[in-house]
Design a protein around this ligand. Structure first.
Ligand code: GTP
Ligand code: MG
Length: 137
Protein backbone atom coordinates (compact mmCIF):
# COMPACT_ATOMS: atom_id res chain seq x y z
CA UNK A 1 0.00 0.00 0.00
CA UNK A 2 0.98 3.62 -0.24
CA UNK A 3 -0.39 7.02 0.45
CA UNK A 4 -1.63 10.19 -1.12
CA UNK A 5 -2.79 13.56 0.15
CA UNK A 6 -5.97 15.40 -0.76
CA UNK A 7 -7.93 18.39 0.41
CA UNK A 8 -11.54 19.24 -0.20
CA UNK A 9 -11.36 22.86 -1.36
CA UNK A 10 -13.38 25.83 0.00
CA UNK A 11 -16.11 25.79 -2.67
CA UNK A 12 -16.99 22.12 -2.11
CA UNK A 13 -16.91 22.44 1.70
CA UNK A 14 -19.08 25.59 1.60
CA UNK A 15 -21.58 23.92 -0.74
CA UNK A 16 -21.99 20.94 1.60
CA UNK A 17 -20.40 18.39 -0.72
CA UNK A 18 -17.74 17.03 1.68
CA UNK A 19 -19.82 14.06 2.77
CA UNK A 20 -20.61 12.99 -0.79
CA UNK A 21 -16.97 13.42 -1.81
CA UNK A 22 -15.63 11.39 1.14
CA UNK A 23 -18.16 8.67 0.34
CA UNK A 24 -16.87 8.48 -3.25
CA UNK A 25 -13.28 8.33 -1.97
CA UNK A 26 -14.05 5.45 0.42
CA UNK A 27 -16.11 3.57 -2.16
CA UNK A 28 -13.12 3.78 -4.51
CA UNK A 29 -11.10 1.80 -1.96
CA UNK A 30 -9.14 4.53 -0.17
CA UNK A 31 -8.77 4.36 3.63
CA UNK A 32 -8.63 7.56 5.69
CA UNK A 33 -5.36 7.85 7.64
CA UNK A 34 -5.82 11.44 8.89
CA UNK A 35 -8.53 14.07 8.38
CA UNK A 36 -9.44 17.45 9.81
CA UNK A 37 -11.24 20.71 9.00
CA UNK A 38 -9.09 23.84 8.98
CA UNK A 39 -8.61 27.15 7.17
CA UNK A 40 -5.46 28.44 5.47
CA UNK A 41 -4.27 32.02 5.66
CA UNK A 42 -3.37 33.50 2.27
CA UNK A 43 0.28 33.29 3.32
CA UNK A 44 0.06 29.59 4.16
CA UNK A 45 -1.85 28.89 0.94
CA UNK A 46 1.06 30.62 -0.80
CA UNK A 47 3.49 28.23 0.86
CA UNK A 48 1.43 25.19 -0.13
CA UNK A 49 1.28 26.34 -3.77
CA UNK A 50 4.81 27.81 -3.90
CA UNK A 51 5.51 25.72 -7.02
CA UNK A 52 2.96 27.93 -8.83
CA UNK A 53 4.41 31.25 -7.55
CA UNK A 54 5.29 32.49 -11.05
CA UNK A 55 1.95 31.53 -12.63
CA UNK A 56 -0.52 34.35 -13.46
CA UNK A 57 -3.26 32.72 -11.34
CA UNK A 58 -1.12 32.37 -8.18
CA UNK A 59 -2.53 35.33 -6.22
CA UNK A 60 -6.10 34.47 -7.16
CA UNK A 61 -5.48 30.83 -6.19
CA UNK A 62 -4.12 31.83 -2.77
CA UNK A 63 -7.09 34.15 -2.14
CA UNK A 64 -9.53 31.41 -3.12
CA UNK A 65 -7.78 28.67 -1.11
CA UNK A 66 -7.88 30.85 2.03
CA UNK A 67 -11.49 32.00 1.50
CA UNK A 68 -13.08 29.36 3.74
CA UNK A 69 -12.61 26.05 5.54
CA UNK A 70 -10.94 23.12 3.79
CA UNK A 71 -10.69 19.44 4.70
CA UNK A 72 -7.14 18.03 4.29
CA UNK A 73 -6.97 14.22 4.27
CA UNK A 74 -4.19 11.62 4.11
CA UNK A 75 -5.33 8.50 2.24
CA UNK A 76 -3.95 5.00 1.88
CA UNK A 77 -4.39 2.56 -1.01
CA UNK A 78 -2.23 0.61 -3.40
CA UNK A 79 -1.17 2.90 -6.25
CA UNK A 80 -2.75 5.75 -4.27
CA UNK A 81 -1.36 8.78 -6.12
CA UNK A 82 -2.26 7.69 -9.65
CA UNK A 83 -5.58 6.09 -8.73
CA UNK A 84 -6.65 9.21 -6.84
CA UNK A 85 -5.80 11.50 -9.77
CA UNK A 86 -8.02 9.26 -11.92
CA UNK A 87 -10.84 9.49 -9.36
CA UNK A 88 -10.78 13.31 -9.25
CA UNK A 89 -10.45 13.94 -13.02
CA UNK A 90 -8.83 16.74 -15.00
CA UNK A 91 -7.93 20.12 -13.47
CA UNK A 92 -10.45 21.85 -15.72
CA UNK A 93 -13.88 20.32 -15.04
CA UNK A 94 -14.85 20.88 -18.69
CA UNK A 95 -12.23 18.24 -19.53
CA UNK A 96 -12.94 15.90 -16.61
CA UNK A 97 -14.32 12.42 -17.36
CA UNK A 98 -17.92 11.58 -16.45
CA UNK A 99 -18.26 10.27 -12.92
CA UNK A 100 -15.11 11.95 -11.59
CA UNK A 101 -15.27 14.12 -8.47
CA UNK A 102 -14.40 17.27 -10.40
CA UNK A 103 -16.96 16.53 -13.12
CA UNK A 104 -19.62 16.21 -10.42
CA UNK A 105 -18.61 19.02 -8.06
CA UNK A 106 -16.11 21.49 -9.59
CA UNK A 107 -17.36 24.95 -10.56
CA UNK A 108 -14.38 26.19 -12.56
CA UNK A 109 -10.70 25.60 -13.34
CA UNK A 110 -9.83 27.35 -10.07
CA UNK A 111 -12.74 26.35 -7.83
CA UNK A 112 -12.33 22.70 -8.75
CA UNK A 113 -13.54 21.07 -5.53
CA UNK A 114 -10.53 18.92 -4.62
CA UNK A 115 -6.76 18.56 -4.67
CA UNK A 116 -4.72 15.42 -5.31
CA UNK A 117 -0.95 15.06 -4.88
CA UNK A 118 0.94 14.47 -8.13
CA UNK A 119 3.77 12.23 -6.80
CA UNK A 120 4.68 10.05 -3.81
CA UNK A 121 7.24 12.67 -2.77
CA UNK A 122 4.70 15.52 -2.88
CA UNK A 123 2.11 13.40 -1.06
CA UNK A 124 4.57 13.05 1.83
CA UNK A 125 5.46 16.78 1.78
CA UNK A 126 1.83 17.91 1.55
CA UNK A 127 0.59 15.50 4.25
CA UNK A 128 3.30 16.74 6.60
CA UNK A 129 2.31 20.34 5.81
CA UNK A 130 -1.04 19.75 7.50
CA UNK A 131 -0.46 16.84 9.89
CA UNK A 132 3.20 17.10 10.89
CA UNK A 133 5.97 14.65 10.23
CA UNK A 134 4.42 11.75 12.11
CA UNK A 135 5.92 8.36 11.31
CA UNK A 136 2.57 6.56 10.96
CA UNK A 137 1.65 8.84 8.05
P1 GTP B 1 -4.24 20.21 -7.63
O1 GTP B 1 -4.63 18.80 -7.36
O2 GTP B 1 -5.10 21.19 -6.86
O3 GTP B 1 -2.78 20.47 -7.50
O4 GTP B 1 -4.66 20.43 -9.14
P2 GTP B 1 -3.89 19.97 -10.44
O5 GTP B 1 -2.65 19.22 -10.09
O6 GTP B 1 -4.91 19.30 -11.30
O7 GTP B 1 -3.53 21.36 -11.07
P3 GTP B 1 -2.23 22.28 -10.87
O8 GTP B 1 -1.33 21.70 -9.82
O9 GTP B 1 -1.69 22.57 -12.19
O10 GTP B 1 -2.88 23.62 -10.31
C1 GTP B 1 -3.17 23.77 -8.94
C2 GTP B 1 -4.51 24.45 -8.79
O11 GTP B 1 -4.41 25.77 -9.30
C3 GTP B 1 -5.65 23.83 -9.60
O12 GTP B 1 -6.27 22.75 -8.97
C4 GTP B 1 -6.60 25.00 -9.72
O13 GTP B 1 -7.32 25.19 -8.51
C5 GTP B 1 -5.64 26.15 -9.92
N1 GTP B 1 -5.37 26.42 -11.33
C6 GTP B 1 -4.63 25.66 -12.18
N2 GTP B 1 -4.59 26.22 -13.41
C7 GTP B 1 -5.31 27.36 -13.31
C8 GTP B 1 -5.64 28.40 -14.23
O14 GTP B 1 -5.25 28.38 -15.40
N3 GTP B 1 -6.42 29.42 -13.77
C9 GTP B 1 -6.85 29.47 -12.48
N4 GTP B 1 -7.61 30.50 -12.09
N5 GTP B 1 -6.56 28.52 -11.59
C10 GTP B 1 -5.81 27.48 -11.99
MG1 MG C 1 -1.18 19.91 -8.74
Amino acid sequence: TNKTFTMIKPDAVADGHSGAIIKMIEEAGFRIVALKKTQLTAERAGQFYAVHAERPFYESLCTYMSSGPIIPIILEKENAVADFRTLIGATNPDNADEGTIRKLFAKSMQANAIHGSDSDENAQIEGSFFFGNVEQF
